[in-house]
Design a protein around this ligand. Structure first.
Ligand SMILES: [Zn+2]
Length: 244
């Protein structure tokens, strides 16, 4: 009998993707973005067309890289023993429509949820917001009964995509959205960056709410200051931070 070469089961091509998803998921409780299991993160590999996502209903401290579930862009589970997050279809719709994103985070962080429940987009009140997003953080319309009946989680993704298309928002420039009556979805160039944006969004929503508590008629930041802050961090001549 010919000697076998390498045991294929030992070389998991999704090892790093699952580790990336796991690390990002355990960042959710560290940043106080969700209690219990109220949040999920996925990491996407566009070359393989597969994302790794949190298993449904498993506490963060019970998660391991191996427990992450692999799903393809057709919605088929292609790896893992557990059921994927109930929000998997929302993640799938966003990966299919927002090219260039490689990680998605969904939480129920309270300030972001409060704005979503009030069904309000978050105006750019200050430079903290402008540093990360050069426009208001958009909030969807409330989902209609038919869409809920059809496929709730998939239609949640469709609501976000339709809003970005209608308002002509570039998802790479505005990596955050609120789903009316529900909560925040954020994304990024990696799973870790999507969690970072989830934490940033929570702070922005908190600051906006405090601003309105002091002055309910507070004005949005002038466009020229918004531009300045966005450009110095993300523009072609960005100078924020250290040179690579
Ligand atoms: Zn949710």
């Amino acid at each position: 009998m010919a000697p076998t070469k390498k045991n294929p089961s030992k070389t998991d091509p999704y090892k790093s993707l699952k580790e990336e998803a796991w690390e990002a998921n355990i960042e959710i409780p560290r940043r106080n973005l969700a209690i219990y299991t109220w949040g999920n993160v996925s990491a996407f590999d566009p070359d393989k067309g597969v994302f790794a996502i949190k298993p449904s209903g498993v506490a963060y401290d019970q998660l391991t890289p191996e427990s992450m579930v692999l799903v393809d862009l057709e919605g088929q589970v292609v790896g893992g023993k557990l059921n994927p997050s109930s929000d998997t279809e929302t993640h799938r719709v966003l990966y299919r429509n927002f090219s260039g994103i490689r990680g998605i985070t969904h939480t129920h962080s309270p300030y972001a949820v409060a704005w979503a429940q009030a069904r309000r987009s978050v105006p750019v009140y200050g430079t903290t917001h402008a540093d990360h997003c050069a426009a208001e953080i958009p909030c969807t319309v409330i989902m209609d009964a038919q869409a809920v009946k059809n496929n709730y989680e998939l239609e949640t993704g469709n609501l976000i995509v339709a809003m970005f298309q209608k308002k002509k928002i570039d998802p790479l420039h505005s990596p955050m959205a609120l789903v009316a009556g529900h909560g925040p979805f954020t994304w990024g160039k990696s799973a870790a960056q999507s969690v970072y944006h989830g934490a940033v969004l929570e702070e922005i929503c908190k600051m906006a709410q405090l601003t309105l508590a002091i002055d309910p008629r507070a004005a949005a930041l002038p466009e020229y200051i918004i531009r300045k802050h966005w450009e110095r961090k993300h523009g072609p001549a960005a100078y924020y931070g250290q040179k690579k």
